[in-house]
Design a protein. Sequence first.
Length: 115
Amino acid sequence: MISVLLPIRTESEANTRECWQSKHRRAKSQRGIVKMMLFSHRRKLPGDEGGTIILTRIAPRGLDGDNLQRSFKAIRDQVAEEIGIDDGDARLTWFYRQEKGKPKEYAVRVEVKNA
């Protein structure tokens, strides 16, 4: 099992009223952080057999279920790319969680378990 804590602040993409360029920059940044942090764990990532991925949002305030899942879009896409399997493939099972953080504490924990 791999567990990595990423210094990423996730937001509800559905509720943000901002320019598409800002969303694009945030997604590009999130994907870059995921790629960098998972690079050293490449050999432990599941291969064609798939696995289970748990994405946990750590923040002072929670999101409802659909906004939680949407806030992980870029992170999910990059984790799947690092594994080498499309994120919609049945070999990957995704779970989303939240933990209450301290004031101004934001992070994402990515846990990858082999099948």
